[in-house]
Each structure stands twice: as C-alpha cells, then as structure tokens.
Write a protein that binds this ligand. Structure first.
Ligand SMILES: CC(C)(COP(=O)(O)OP(=O)(O)OC[C@H]1O[C@@H](n2cnc3c(N)ncnc32)[C@H](O)[C@@H]1OP(=O)(O)O)[C@@H](O)C(=O)NCCC(=O)NCCS
Length: 156
C-alpha cells in the first residue's frame, strides 16, 4: 500500500482475503491458517491479524488494529526451574501477555511471559522482548531495548 487506508478499507480487505481462504476469522480479528494457538485464553481485537507460522501459547490478549507479523512467538507460560526436580516434571505457570492497540510486532520476534506492550508501540524484527514496552516506543534487539519513538520518527 502506498497510501493511508481507512479502517473500513482494511476490514474489507481482510474480509476479501477470508473469502479467498487466505486468512481465518479468529475472535474479532484474523489469523493466517498456519498460525498455531495452543488452547488457553486468547483474545484478538478488531482489525488485528496474526501472521503466518506464529505460535501463541498461554493467556494472550491482543488489542485492536495490531499487526503481528510472521513467525512471532508469544509464550505466556513458564516452566518451574527448581534445581532439585526435572524441569519437564515441574508445574507450568501461566503469566499473561498483553498487547494493547495499534502495536506492530516485527517478523521473528519472541515475546516472553508477563510482558505488556502498550498502545502504539513497535517491536523490531527478530527481537526478544523481556520487559514491558511503553506507549509509542520502538524497541529492538536481543534482549529488546528502546531504539526510537514513533512521536519523533521521521519518514525516510
Ligand atoms: C524496528 C524497525 C521498525 C525500526 O525502524 P526505524 O525506526 O526506521 O529504525 P532504524 O532503521 O533507524 O534503526 C535504528 C537503530 O536500531 C537498529 N535496529 C533497527 N531494527 C532492528 C532490529 N530489528 N533488531 C536490532 N536492531 C535494530 C538499527 O541497526 C539502528 O542502530 P544504529 O543506530 O546502531 O545504527 C525496523 O528496523 C524493523 O525491524 N521492522 C520490522 C520489519 C518486519 O518485521 N516486517 C514484517 C512485515 S509485516
């Protein structure tokens, strides 16, 4: 797309893709057919989509108008790490992940348990996000750190 579109145009585009079988309706948004969502509480808001080959595990809530790119992993659960017991025999603890509205998560990013990505934030491709990201901030890297802010971002 070389120009801004309206929310209605985005929704129409997604409905057309759904009719062609390219994406599937999931909650209020859409996912690509190759997305794996393991059984748990999952919420996907209006106008949002989850890209191909992404995996979502544990309680995850994604707000409205979010772009979750391809191969994004969100793991909202952790294994116990007690030293005197095998990890695979320890209980799994669910720690919810929350993605607020208008968030873009770049391809190949990993979001770990308990993270909140606040409204309008961006996660760079290939990042591992281990801390909450404040509104409008752009974070990238492993572990992800702030690299910019949408409010001061300049078009190239
Ligand atoms: C995060 C992103 C949006 C940043 O764009 P930007 O604000 O224009 O940032 P810049 O390119 O000016 O980079 C700023 C700094 O962050 C670094 N950086 C940018 N993206 C990075 C990433 N994904 N991982 C690590 N570092 C990154 C740059 O190397 C640069 O570092 P420097 O100042 O030391 O040179 C972009 O790099 C990105 O990752 N886009 C995601 C693309 C994608 O996943 N597309 C899928 C299709 S939906």
């Amino acid at each position: 797309m070389s120009k801004n579109i309206t929310k209605e145009e985005r929704l129409n585009h997604m409905r057309e893709m759904e009719k062609r079988g390219e994406i599937l309706k999931r909650d209020k948004g859409y996912i690509y057919p190759s997305v794996l969502i393991l059984p748990s509480n999952f919420h996907l808001g209006e106008g949002s989509h989850v890209g191909a080959y992404s995996i979502i595990a544990g309680p995850v809530s994604i707000g409205n108008w979010c772009l979750i790119s391809q191969h994004v992993y969100m793991w909202a659960n952790e294994h116990g790490l007690e030293p005197d017991k095998e990890i695979c025999l320890q209980p799994i603890v669910e720690i919810p992940i929350k993605i607020e509205d208008d968030v873009w998560v770049g391809t190949g990013a990993i979001i770990t348990a308990g993270v909140t990505i606040h409204n309008h934030a961006v996660v760079g491709a290939g990042s591992v996000v281990t801390h909450d990201i404040p509104e409008y901030e752009i974070w990238a890297g492993v572990p992800a750190k702030k690299i910019g802010d949408r409010r001061t971002w300049k078009k190239r």
